[in-house]
Design a binder for this molecule. Structure first.
Ligand code: AMP
Length: 284
């Protein structure tokens, strides 16, 4: 296996990608904010199946954090991350400094009109503008043929698919399933914020989704009743503060009243310093 390339400037990354593309090699891209866990690694394994050249970015994007959010506290450990990606056979890592991505006079953003008005976009109004902008920049820097994103961030995946369609970006987007801890907690870099007691409360996210699926399997179709049952289960756990619970159309993210077709159930819950998200497709 050839040595991994660690690249910190956009120019160098673009030159490398031009070289790889001219050889007819497929570039697969996995963007991350680092502090890698099995969820990220599963995207890399999926990426390996999609093409020969696998590029991972590690960049905590300041533009997707609002005032008072956890930009400074966000966990970082580049050395450990590089060790992990080496083991996955990643060919290159792009790890820019914020100054490299956002110059002093930076002023151009990518913004979607409708999808960010739902779910996480309500309490994080700047988030998807930051995500769409950084992903567009990363696409222009890494020039991938294929990019892999996690279904754990379902709304983000929906936003990126829409952006790729709207802007005719010539990139295939792959969604990869959520990786969970053995007890069901969706893996997240932010799980490190949880105390042992809070971590127990965090299990309520996945439990409430499973409960909702059971209710649907038993014939319940009313979205509000399902949301109420999920909320009650979450509230029965200490220190939980529900941001939202939504049952909606998986493509438009518009609320559904009745579950008469596969519906996205998505939720965000604050537990201590962590704001955790999870989701499931409910199938009637
Ligand atoms: P992040 O570093 O949190 O920005 O995530 C980078 C990518 O990893 C995104 O596409 C996420 O959806 C994906 N991801 C994060 N957690 C998980 C997980 N538990 N399972 C699968 N993918 C994940």
């Amino acid at each position: 296996m050839s040595a991994i390339e660690i690249i910190t400037t956009a120019k160098e990354m673009q030159a490398r990608s031009d070289r790889i593309r001219s050889q007819g090699t497929t570039i697969v891209f996995v963007p991350t904010m680092g502090f890698l866990h099995e969820g990220h690694l599963s995207l890399m394994r999926e990426g390996k199946k999609q093409g020969e050249d696998l590029v991972v970015s590690i960049f905590v994007n300041p533009k997707q954090f609002g005032p008072g959010e956890d930009l400074e506290a966000y966990p970082r450990d580049l050395e450990r991350d590089l060790e992990l990606v080496r083991k996955e056979g990643v060919n290159a890592v792009f790890t820019p400094y914020p100054g490299e991505m956002y110059g002093e006079r930076f002023q151009t953003f990518v913004e979607l009109e409708k999808l960010p008005k739902h779910l996480c976009g309500i309490s994080r109004p700047l988030f998807f503008k930051g995500v769409a902008t950084v992903v567009t920049k990363l696409f222009n820097i890494v020039k991938p043929h294929v990019a892999v994103f996690g279904q754990k961030d379902f709304q983000q995946l929906t936003v990126i698919r829409q952006m790729v369609r709207d802007l005719n970006l010539d990139i295939t987007i792959i969604g990869s399933p959520t990786v969970r801890e053995p007890d069901g907690l969706a893996m997240s870099s932010r799980n490190t914020y949880l105390t042992p007691e809070q971590r127990l409360s965090a299990l309520s996210l996945n439990k409430s989704l499973k409960k909702a699926q059971t209710l649907v399997e038993n014939g319940l179709r009313d979205a509000d009743e399902i949301i109420d049952a999920a909320a009650a289960l979450i509230r029965s756990h200490p220190e939980t503060e529900i941001d939202y619970i939504s049952v909606c159309d998986p493509e438009t993210l518009d609320d559904l009243v009745t579950i008469d077709r596969p519906a996205l159930m998505a939720l965000a819950v604050k537990i201590g310093k962590a704001r955790l998200i999870d989701n499931m497709i409910l199938k009637p």
